[in-house]
Design a protein around this ligand. Structure first.
Ligand SMILES: NC(=O)c1ccc[n+]([C@@H]2O[C@H](COP(=O)([O-])OP(=O)(O)OC[C@H]3O[C@@H](n4cnc5c(N)ncnc54)[C@H](O)[C@@H]3O)[C@@H](O)[C@H]2O)c1
Length: 280
């Protein structure tokens, strides 16, 4: 898939997100989907605030690779203290928020690639808390900051069908889709939208954790990625999350003002095709 080049920054004061402030979670490397969303938000004129989970100095170092260096505040979505402190931490840098990006996922190893039926509830509950419930926790924590017209979005991986490895993370993504609908229902009357982007596979730390030992040339992850590229009518490049990031920009902008509670697919179209068959 070829993605139009949007790497040129919008002139100051212009761009789809000019004047907007966007809180972006989930940056841990410069391959993180959150990193690419933060980058394209800045390129489209937004002021970005990043959150860091556990390793603020690492995230601050990664943040230097963005077009502009954003403030970094701490947030562990499993910490009630962090969630309670979030409003104050944001207010040190901005009066309010126009966009919030939840780019967070985690599941213990027993939930991924192992015997599905053997995963213990204590591990499954962590996967569900971090990957699904936290979308509601984050929405609640930022609610006092949200300006009318604000847009919240999260990252999904099409969970409609069972697949190898993804196991309880797929269950968590199904839960996330339901949580998204309820967040949209709750915040709609306040003029706030909530949507998910179902992205195709991207090579990130989280993707490697899911593939576990099956990495490496010819491994299961490669096979899944090859299969995705073959199935997607537009093709798919696991090393290029640009189109996922620009889809986020569209959802954060005022252009999608009537879209809420739904899932937008940025997957090359793979989710609409049952069997591979594309011929180049
Ligand atoms: N990589 C893919 O193929 C792919 C495809 C579709 C959707 N997604 C989703 O995109 C999102 C981002 O993942 P990624 O692929 O960029 O991987 P990543 O590893 O770069 O990002 C995952 C982030 O989750 C954060 N996180 C984990 N536990 C947390 C906690 N308790 N509190 C706060 N943050 C926490 C990590 O610090 C990390 O920044 C996830 O929701 C993932 O499921 C990924």
């Amino acid at each position: 898939m070829t993605t139009p080049d949007t790497t040129d920054a919008a002139p100051a004061g212009s761009g789809l997100l000019a004047g907007k402030t966007v809180l972006v979670t989930g940056v841990i490397t410069d391959a993180s989907i959150g990193f690419h969303i933060a980058k394209h938000c800045q390129l489209h004129g937004a002021q970005v605030i990043l959150t860091a989970f556990g390793r603020p100095s690492l995230v601050k170092a990664i943040a230097k690779r963005l077009p502009e260096r954003p403030p970094v505040i701490e947030l562990d979505v499993q910490s009630a203290d962090d969630l309670a402190a979030l409003e104050g931490r944001v207010r040190e840098h901005a009066d309010g928020l126009d966009g919030v990006v939840h780019s967070i996922g985690f599941a213990p190893p027993s939930c991924l690639g192992q015997d599905f039926l053997e995963a213990p509830w204590q591990d499954v509950s962590v996967a569900l808390e971090v990957s699904a419930y936290s979308y509601a926790s984050l929405a609640r924590a930022v609610r006092p900051l949200l300006r009318p017209g604000a847009s919240i979005l999260g990252l999904d991986f099409d969970p409609r069908f069972s697949m190898p490895f993804y196991n309880w993370m797929s269950v968590a993504k199904n839960a996330l889709e339901a949580v998204n609908r309820y967040v949209a229902r709750e915040l709609g009357p306040e003029g706030v939208r909530s949507n998910l982007i179902a992205a195709g596979p991207v090579k990130t730390l989280a993707a490697k954790a899911i593939a576990g030992d099956a990495l490496g040339p010819g491994g299961e992850l490669d096979q899944m990625q090859d299969e995705w590229a073959a199935r997607a009518p537009l093709g798919w490049d696991v090393d290029d999350p640009t189109a996922v990031a620009t889809t986020a920009v569209a959802l954060l902008s005022d252009l999608m003002a009537a879209t809420t509670g739904t899932v937008i697919y940025a997957d090359g179209g793979a989710g609409t095709v049952a069997f591979a068959g594309r011929e180049d």
